[in-house]
Design a protein around this ligand. Structure first.
Ligand SMILES: NC(=O)c1ccc[n+]([C@@H]2O[C@H](COP(=O)([O-])OP(=O)(O)OC[C@H]3O[C@@H](n4cnc5c(N)ncnc54)[C@H](OP(=O)(O)O)[C@@H]3O)[C@@H](O)[C@H]2O)c1
Length: 272
């Protein structure tokens, strides 16, 4: 496994996404993922599956300390008192005393970012999260957040071969952070691309595996593909017996355009 060092904490660069997994499907998928060897899980209050994530962790028998667990607070819960309350609610549902990474799920311009970040720091001081970070922050919003709290560790954003995130990557690397790529396999549709298919054939791998490998070979990039299909869960972790050449990395880089899958009406103005 490739790991990313975040303030001395080794984070497995390949994690397991859980959006849209609920109930038994969530428990089964997360259990399968933990059994296959994933040790980095991504959830959020908005996914309404934190209880299932907690149950699956306990059922799996994997030690809590062996896991890197991320959750996110929704954008309505970013005032100081709401951050403290919502974090406690997440911990209760997850059945754990701490998460490893707590994120602001989406920025909310109606709430002072400094107030939210101060509350996040308080939660960290209380030991309820080891690291704090953000999600869906544009480069200028991330710069603002870093001005206030220089030791933020993560920006989780949409990132895949068809979306250019170069500006954000440079900022993240400059600050020793991690960029976590969500929707990293474009919902499984990367196989439609000729270049990715051709590179995959060269390695005897699938287009999804080549896409995940491309992400993980980039400095300080993590990826959190989601799957409810056991064969996919295993295959998505099977990335460490091959490597892309510099030329293959360049050919994948050249696919970048501005194709976004996630663009809700409350998203901050895109800085492409
Ligand atoms: N911070 C945010 O605002 C935000 C937004 C979106 C997502 N996320 C996080 O990122 C995670 C991943 O993003 P995502 O769920 O949008 O999309 P994704 O991981 O790019 O794609 C998931 C889809 O790909 C399919 N798939 C998975 N492995 C496959 C394989 N090997 N071959 C073919 N198809 C495959 C899955 O179907 P099967 O189930 O059949 O495998 C599923 O339909 C989320 O679950 C969530 O944790 C965060």
């Amino acid at each position: 496994m490739i790991t990313i060092d975040l303030q001395g904490i080794p984070v497995p660069a390949l994690g397991f996404g859980t959006w849209r997994l609920r109930g038994d499907e969530a428990r089964t998928a997360i259990n399968t993922a933990l059994g296959a060897g994933y040790r980095h899980l991504d959830t959020a209050q908005m996914y309404e599956n934190e209880a299932e994530v907690g149950q699956a962790i306990r059922q799996s028998g994997v030690e809590r300390e062996a896991l890197f667990l991320t959750t996110k607070l929704w954008r309505d819960d970013l005032h100081h008192a709401d951050v403290l309350r919502a974090t406690d609610e997440s911990l209760r549902r997850l059945g754990t005393e701490y998460v490893d990474l707590l994120l602001i799920h989406w920025p909310n311009e109606a709430i002072d970012l400094r107030e939210t970040l101060d509350a996040f720091q308080e939660v960290r001081t209380q030991g309820k999260t080891r690291l704090i970070g953000v999600s869906n922050f544009t480069p200028s919003l991330l710069a603002q957040a870093l001005d206030h709290v220089p030791d933020l560790t993560c920006n989780q954003v949409e990132y895949h071969p068809f979306l250019n995130q170069q500006t954000l990557l440079e900022l993240v690397r400059k600050h020793g952070m991690m960029l976590t790529a969500y929707s990293p396999i474009v919902r499984g549709t990367v196989a439609e691309n000729y270049t990715i298919r051709a590179i995959a054939e060269t390695h005897g791998k699938s287009p999804v595996q080549v896409t995940l490998r491309w992400l993980l070979q980039q400095d300080r990039v993590a990826a959190i593909p989601r799957s409810a299909t056991p064969d996919h869960i295993t295959a998505n972790l099977n990335l460490f017996d091959f490597a892309l050449s510099e030329d293959e990395m360049d050919r994948m880089d050249a696919l970048a355009e501005n194709r976004r899958l996630i663009n809700p009406d409350f998203a901050p103005a895109w800085e492409g």
